[in-house]
Write a protein that binds this ligand. Structure first.
Ligand code: PEP
Ligand code: MG
Length: 596
């Protein structure tokens, strides 16, 4: 390796950045900035003004070494593969690009930042512009640029550069532009203390997974990769959504105290684990857990859940490129059926599409201009009947091992319910013929998460055993607010009167047909909304295991008649913010420690 690493660095002032808190917890650690495909960017060091010229020389020396390396490779490969080696000529043009070299030099001077981090940042800008072009040629060139930039960085910092997230040693806080649900599911929990992303929102599946996995997270911090570099020391506050770069000793002490206080509250809630989820006037609410992995099964017991109200089965297979066989699925579902409590487990059939694609998604779900309005959930299952039947058969087989329910995602009307129920009936007939055991009285319900289903809940109710309202999607579709888009996050209002009215309609349709109605969207896990949901007459709340003790505590402080009075009071209120304020007032009176 050529130039030695510059070891001078300067102290920095504390910087506070505010995003959206999506997963609670306070952590402090060194940052690893992750680029596309889990590649990390080099550590950023600030350099003293007097070493700037030396730093620029160091940069040019690394460029020169990279140039000769590529030239050598070109000669060698031309002999071996002939014409195909022409790609190295493109690489040479890239490494010699005067615009890039000038920009790096300018930025080193202006920002007093080390050469490797500056160079990587400049290249990243080019790569991101290329990736935005919907053209395969340019997308391929962007990976060539990654390739070259990593050679240059290696010449600047030596073999110590952890090129991949997996190579990072020790604990760290991940910073990325965005993370997919499968990136999050694949995180090494022993190393990743928390994460922060430039894009993202509270109800994205990445955020839902972070909460489920107990990884503190903050999203919607545009441009943080320009402010925070790998190796820097930060505090991530997953309660308020703050990121603090280079915290002072005073800030560090303040956060240590806050962490102690929050941990004490979590610990104190353990004492109510085995108590019923019952209001002060004696109404029992079924409190279940949302899970998505076999490893989550112990959480049912440890969180005090009565069962599983939503098993997101598609999470199980996000990191693979193929779909599992019936036997493989049956094994996973049987384990859940055996572990679930007295209310059992409700398996939601695959809700693929939207932001949830299999690792090798290209083969299963084609890319779509509007994936959330496209081929998703039950739509995929009804058109890929063989895949749907395999899953239904596996769920039915699990029903012989415990209390099992099944529900369909993204139902938009009664027609889809009939088609899905017919396929279930066919699977049952097959199992009878094959003498395979299952429970014929298995409860079958639907997610109410598409406005057309909510409006026609009275028509759907006679054909199902229960409703589970998916507020994450119901709010997104009712209000035309993309649940992943941080630029419209403030328009995503769970207390909008349209949402309250839809809830009322769905719950009264359920009651008129003697079926139960629950909520399994993220709204059920936010203690602010519990008085509203209880006042509306909800029977079940299904929430992430981490939020479960807080929700139980909130329910235990409430009186149903007071909740019903709140609903009556807000019924003609047009302003969602005022409705939220009324709920906050009630929460602050009854469980202030949960809302602070
Ligand atoms: C919902 O939409 O509220 C829901 C629970 O399903 P998901 O978040 O998986 O779309
Ligand atoms: Mg949904």
């Amino acid at each position: 390796m050529s130039a030695p690493v510059n070891t001078h660095s300067v102290a920095l002032a504390e910087i506070r950045l505010k995003g959206i808190a999506v997963s609670p917890g306070i952590v402090r650690g060194r940052v690893s900035v992750v680029e596309g495909g889990a590649l990390t960017s080099p550590a950023r060091r600030r350099i003293p003004a007097e070493t700037i010229d030396a730093e620029i020389q160091r940069f040019h020396a690394a460029i020169e070494t990279t140039r000769s390396e590529i030239q050598k490779l070109h000669e060698q490969m031309s002999e071996e593969i002939g014409q195909e080696a022409a790609i190295f000529e493109v690489h040479l043009l890239m490494v010699n690009d005067q615009m890039v070299l000038d920009e790096v030099e300018k930025r080193i001077r202006e920002t007093k930042t080390c050469a490797e981090a500056t160079y990587y940042q400049v290249i990243r800008g080019y790569i991101e512009s290329l990736e935005k072009l919907n053209d395969k040629y340019f997308r391929d060139r962007s990976s060539d640029m990654y390739d070259i930039s990593r050679r240059v960085v290696r010449h600047l910092v030596g073999d110590a550069f952890p090129g991949k997230l997996d190579d990072v040693t020790g604990e760290h806080i991940v910073i990325a532009h965005d993370l997919t649900p499968s990136d999050t599911a694949g995180m090494d929990r022993s190393k990743v203390l928390g994460f922060a992303t430039e894009s993202g929102s509270t109800t994205s599946h990445t955020a839902i997974l972070a909460r489920a996995l107990g990884i503190p997270a903050v999203v919607s911090l545009p441009g943080i990769r320009d402010t925070i570099g790998s190796g820097e020391d930060i505090i991530l506050d997953g309660y308020s959504g703050q990121l603090i770069l280079c915290p002072t000793a005073e800030t560090a002490a303040e956060y240590a105290a806050l962490k102690t206080e929050k941990d004490a509250l979590t610990k104190s809630l353990v004492s109510i684990r085995d108590t019923p989820c019952r209001t002060r006037d004696g109404k029992d609410i079924v409190l279940s857990a949302n899970i998505g992995f076999t490893e989550d099964l112990p959480l049912i017991e440890s969180s005090g859940a009565e069962g599983v109200g939503l098993y997101r089965t598609e999470f199980l297979f996000l990191n693979r490129t193929d779909l599992p066989s019936e036997d493989e699925q049956a094994k996973v579902y049987i384990a859940a059926a055996e572990a679930a409590g007295r209310h059992g487990v409700i398996f939601r059939t695959f809700d693929l599409g939207g932001d949830k694609l299999l690792g090798g998604s290209a083969g299963t779900i084609p890319s779509e201009p509007n994936p959330f309005l496209g081929w998703r959930g039950i739509r995929v299952s009804l058109s890929e009947e063989a895949i749907f039947k395999t899953q239904i058969r596996a769920i039915l087989r699990a029903s012989a091992h415990g209390r099992v329910g099944m529900m369909f995602p993204m139902i938009s009307g009664v027609g889809e319910v009939h088609r899905a129920n017919t396929i279930v009936a066919t699977c049952m007939k097959e199992l009878v013929q094959e003498k395979i055991e299952f429970r014929a009285d298995i409860k079958i319900g639907v997610m109410i998460e598409v406005p057309s289903a909510a409006f026609t809940a009275d028509l759907i109710a006679p054909h199902v055993d229960f409703f589970s309202v998916g507020t994450n999607d119901l709010i997104q579709y009712t209000m035309a607010v993309d649940r992943l888009n941080e630029s419209v996050a403030d328009l995503y209002e769970p207390t909008h009167p349209s949402i309250v009215r839809l809830f009322k309609h769905v719950i009264s349709a359920a009651k008129a047909n003697n079926i139960w109605a629950g909520i399994c969207g993220e709204m059920a896990g936010d203690v602010l909304y519990i008085p509203l949901l209880i006042g509306l007459g909800i029977d079940e709340l299904s929430v992430g295991a981490a939020s479960l003790p807080r929700v139980k505590y909130a329910v235990q402080q409430l009186v149903t008649t007071e909740c019903a009075a709140i609903v009556a009071a807000i019924e003609s209120e047009p302003d969602p913010k005022k409705i939220a304020a009324t709920l906050r007032e009630m929460g602050e009176k009854l469980y202030p420690e949960l809302l602070s």
